[in-house]
Design a protein around this ligand. Structure first.
Ligand code: GTP
Ligand code: MG
Length: 447
């Protein structure tokens, strides 16, 4: 896909530059703009995205991430937001109606969807309700037999709603019925009437508009028109494989009330993907690297969650360990504790835990069961012996870990009782800084 290759180039510029200065960021953003505009993404949007990236590039860095990673992650976040959709495909749809203009890919997609859902364990029936184009009946019947799905159609019947009615009787025992409808050259009153009549009979839980990705930005207008007059609740973009305008179509659709549910990536029945903006982007931007980066960010966020639990008085060995690790990353814990008025109560040796100690703790904890980490009270003499043996450490080491844990646990309970707001009002501490110290963002709950 054209968009992917150009996006990758822009990202590579950032990744491979030896220094990441304003010039490099600007050059990469230019490359990105070129990629998006040639993918037919709305120019205003492209400018908005580029400005945000340039702004973000030289802001304060989130904890644990370098500037290069920060710029790539920001780019990724912004694009993912614009592309919209994080796996909107329903797991157990019951009645799907496909609508769209001539040649958009409805019939092909009907067969693809039938295959997709039957592979996932649903009993599926396909109804050919295109009474408009003479060859439509054979086309769907053949596709259905290819994907081994039961088919219902009636060559002689000219009323689409009646075909659907009979088909639904035929497919009473199915989990899912998919209806292919006739196309028109425009969304005119005839098409509306027909779709409304089919809808009245079928009562679909999903009415999806099928659009060829080659229409680019125009997708927005069509999706909106179909949404407003027929009530479609999703879009399927076909021909994402062949179109350079796929990016534009995706972005355009994500701006409407009808998110992209699936994308078609080829002519074969298997060429259908449930659309997920993040997965899609990871892939076209160069999967491996980005995935690693996203995992790292997730890990850091998990540490932040731990901090949150700590402040609320929840505590266990896992949180304890992550706390120590995080504390080392953010610098001297005693400063943070001082700010919270707890400075003197934390043993100095704990504040200055060396690398070796922490690694030792890690080894010990690896010999504990998950339950033991969650509920350290369980750790009696026998268990301590077992853990020491399992980790190749002395029992005294295990006991030391537990001792330090208990001190921290007491503190966690105290922390939970502190009225942070009151303390800040008294001017006693810088709340913002404290939160930052604990790896928290602004959304901290203040009791
Ligand atoms: N490359 C590619 N071709 C596709 C895709 N989806 C559909 N097509 C092709 O697009 C053409 C039109 O597809 P149909 O499924 O017949 O379209 P339709 O909307 O049912 O057309 P009408 O019934 O005439 O309105 C066919 O040649 C398909 O093979 C896709 O995702 N990728
Ligand atoms: Mg068709």
């Amino acid at each position: 896909m054209g968009l992917g290759e150009n996006l990758r180039k822009a990202i590579e510029k950032i990744r491979n530059s030896s220094v990441l200065d304003k010039e490099t960021v600007k050059a990469a953003v230019k490359e990105l703009q070129r990629a998006l505009i040639s993918g037919d993404v709305d120019v205003k949007l492209v400018l908005e995205i580029s400005k945000k990236i340039e702004d973000a590039a030289f802001q304060d860095l989130p904890k644990g991430i370098n500037r290069r990673e920060h710029v790539i992650k920001t780019t990724y976040d912004l694009l993912a937001e614009k592309l919209g959709g994080e796996g909107n495909a329903p797991e157990k749809p019951e009645r799907i109606l496909l609508v769209g203009l001539f040649g958009s890919g409805k019939t092909t997609t009907a067969a693809k969807l039938a295959k997709y859902y039957s592979t996932r364990g649903l009993k599926v029936g396909l109804i050919g309700a295109d009474a408009f184009r003479p060859a439509a009946y054979e086309q769907l019947m053949q596709l259905a037999s290819k994907v081994k799905i039961d088919f219902y159609g009636d060559k002689k019947e000219k009323n689409a709603a009646r075909i659907v009615e009979a088909g639904m009787k035929e497919f009473k025992g199915k989990d899912l019925v998919i209806v292919d409808s006739a196309g028109r050259s425009a969304l005119d009153s005839e098409l509306k009437k027909e779709v409304v009549a089919i809808g009245g009979t079928l009562k679909p839980d999903n009415t999806w508009l099928v659009l060829g990705a080659d229409i680019g930005q125009l997708a927005k207008k069509q999706a909106k028109a179909f949404h407003d007059s027929i009530g479609v609740n999703g879009v399927i973009l076909t021909r994402m494989d062949g179109s350079a305008k796929g990016g534009g179509a995706l972005v355009a659709c994500s701006e409407t009330d009808s998110p992209v549910i699936f994308i078609g990536t080829g002519e074969k029945p298997a060429d259908l993907e449930a659309f997920d903006a993040q997965r899609f982007l990871s892939r076209i931007m160069g999967y491996g690297d980005l995935q690693g980066l996203l995992e790292k960010v997730k890990e850091i966020e998990a540490e932040e969650l731990n901090a949150e639990a700590f402040m609320e008085g929840k505590f266990n060995l896992k949180i304890f360990y992550n706390q120590l690790k995080a504390a080392r990353k953010m610098g001297p814990l005693d400063k943070v504790m001082d700010m919270a008025g707890l400075g003197q109560q934390v043993p100095k040796e704990m504040m200055e835990l060396g690398e070796g100690k922490l690694d030792g703790f890690k080894v010990i904890m690896e010999s504990m069961t998950a339950k033991e980490k969650e509920e350290p009270e369980l750790l009696n003499k026998n268990r301590i012996q077992r853990i020491a043996k399992g980790s190749g450490k002395k029992e005294a080491d295990v006991r030391e870990l537990l001792k330090q844990y208990k001190v921290m646990e007491k503190m966690a309970k105290k922390m939970a009782k502190i009225d942070l707001e009151k303390m800040q009002k008294k001017g006693g501490m810088d709340l913002e800084k404290l939160m930052k110290g604990f790896g928290r963002k602004k959304k901290m709950r203040i009791r």
